[in-house]
Design a protein around this ligand. Structure first.
Ligand code: NAD
Ligand code: DAU
Length: 353
């Protein structure tokens, strides 16, 4: 029997993508899920071992920048929905080396839009191109206020500028060509399977290994943290019920100054590692600030909450405990993903700072 829907998930071997793939494969056995991922340093099939043998799941290694490859995938598997997560996602890497962000985040997105437009033209049945984006496209807030869906775009890093550009192109394909699209812009995610270059998993890794915890500047910057499972749940709702052409903000309503979050994480880790309170916090080291470091992000997610009934389900204390516990029980995963160019990259960064 033909599957009810055949969904292409890009970047499904990455952090958020792996949670979305797992959710869809397990929750919708009647769908076929095709995961296309280039397996960059951030993509890892270790993230999906538990579902790789499911009959409704297929992994295909490939680059979204490769036009012929993407056209072939959409045609060969008769894709009816795209959930597009593949991206270069780390702000610091975009400062060190912007070009890969332009290729993957902009050209890769346009390749997917072109392929969807080509293959869906004149066909019947429900189709959707769902683009996953970030709150960083809105720029930086002062101490007050929130990003709403009406906030003007003001990206300030190469990463956020590349994501803003891809959002604009997705909207352009809706208005110009009538491609059915939905976009969501989410705040900072945390949880299992996040590559240990981002704040929370990097600091867990360094605490375990008694390495310095590099706080950029004074640690005064504010981020709005959301458990990754809650983002995946929002993506499920928006894929099925989001209105075509609309944008939805997703956030945790959970703002933390970096330094306060880091101290909280240190105390959770002291407890888990049986260390004397205050031990991990002694590793905190102030380093040179990130160039163009956005001061504050805070999301107003009332649209998805009111219209579609989504809300975060994991409270931050519990989420941080679960996350710290997951990394400590999965040291082998940490070792696998931090082999390769990981240490080289970090050593180079610290020399530059
Ligand atoms: P990630 O870096 O963990 O994963 C990205 C995945 O994309 C990896 O598996 C990588 O191999 C793959 N990829 C990269 N370039 C590719 C290419 N050219 N072709 C095919 N695959 C490629 O990223 P993440 O944190 O899981 O973020 C996923 C998406 O969600 C991104 O679009 C990001 O902008 C967005 N987002 C992330 C957050 C966050 O807090 N992490 C918040 C909001 C939005
Ligand atoms: O807001 C959503 C965005 O959140 C996503 O679009 C990005 O893909 C994701 O990487 C994340 O971006 P941030 O730059 O906010 O995340 P990061 O974990 O890199 O940093 C969080 C904060 O911690 C930020 O203010 C910088 C600071 N930081 C980060 C690192 C890695 C440090 O002080 N020290 C560090 O070593």
């Amino acid at each position: 029997m033909a599957p009810e829907k055949t969904i292409l998930i890009t970047g499904g071997a990455g952090f958020i993508g792996s949670h979305v793939v797992r959710l869809f494969v397990n929750k919708y056995p009647e769908y076929r899920i095709i995961n296309v991922d280039k397996l960059t340093y951030a993509g890892n099939l270790e993230n999906l071992r538990d579902i790789e043998d499911k009959p409704n799941y297929l992994f295909v290694k490939g680059d979204i920048v490769d036009q012929a490859f993407i056209h072939d995938i959409l045609g060969r598997y008769a894709i009816t929905g795209v959930i597009h997560l593949a991206a270069e996602s780390h702000v610091d890497r975009s400062i060190a080396s912007p070009m890969e962000f332009i290729h993957t985040n902009i050209t890769g997105t346009v390749n997917l839009l072109n392929a969807a437009r080509h293959h869906w033209k004149g066909t019947s049945g429900e189709k959707l191109f769902y683009h996953i984006s970030t709150d960083e496209v809105y720029g930086s807030l002062g101490e007050q206020g929130y990003f709403t869906e009406q906030t003007a775009y003001d990206p300030r890093s190469p990463y956020s500028a590349s994501k803003a550009s891809s959002d604009h192109l997705v909207r352009a394909y809706f208005h110009t060509f009538g491609l059915p699209v939905v976009i969501s812009n989410c705040s900072n995610n945390y949880g299992p399977y996040q590559f240990p270059e981002k704040l929370i998993p990097l600091f867990i890794h360094n605490i375990v290994n008694n390495k310095p915890l590099p706080v950029y500047g004074k640690g005064e910057n504010v981020r709005d943290w959301l458990y990754v499972g809650d983002h995946a749940a929002a993506i499920d709702i928006l894929f099925h019920h989001g209105e075509k052409g609309e944008t939805y903000n997703i956030g945790g309503n959970n703002e933390w100054k970096n330094i306060d979050l880091i101290k909280k994480l240190c105390s959770v880790m002291d407890g888990k590692l049986g260390r004397k309170p205050g031990t991990s916090a002694r590793l905190i080291t102030s380093v040179k600030d990130r160039a163009g470091h956005d001061l504050r992000y805070a999301i107003d997610s009332s649209k998805i909450r009111k219209e579609l009934g989504w809300k975060p389900s994991v409270d931050f204390d519990k989420g941080l405990e679960m996350t710290a516990g997951w990394y400590l029980s999965n040291k082998e995963w940490m070792e696998k993903v931090t082999s390769g160019d990981y240490l080289k990259y970090y050593e180079e960064q610290y020399v530059k700072r």
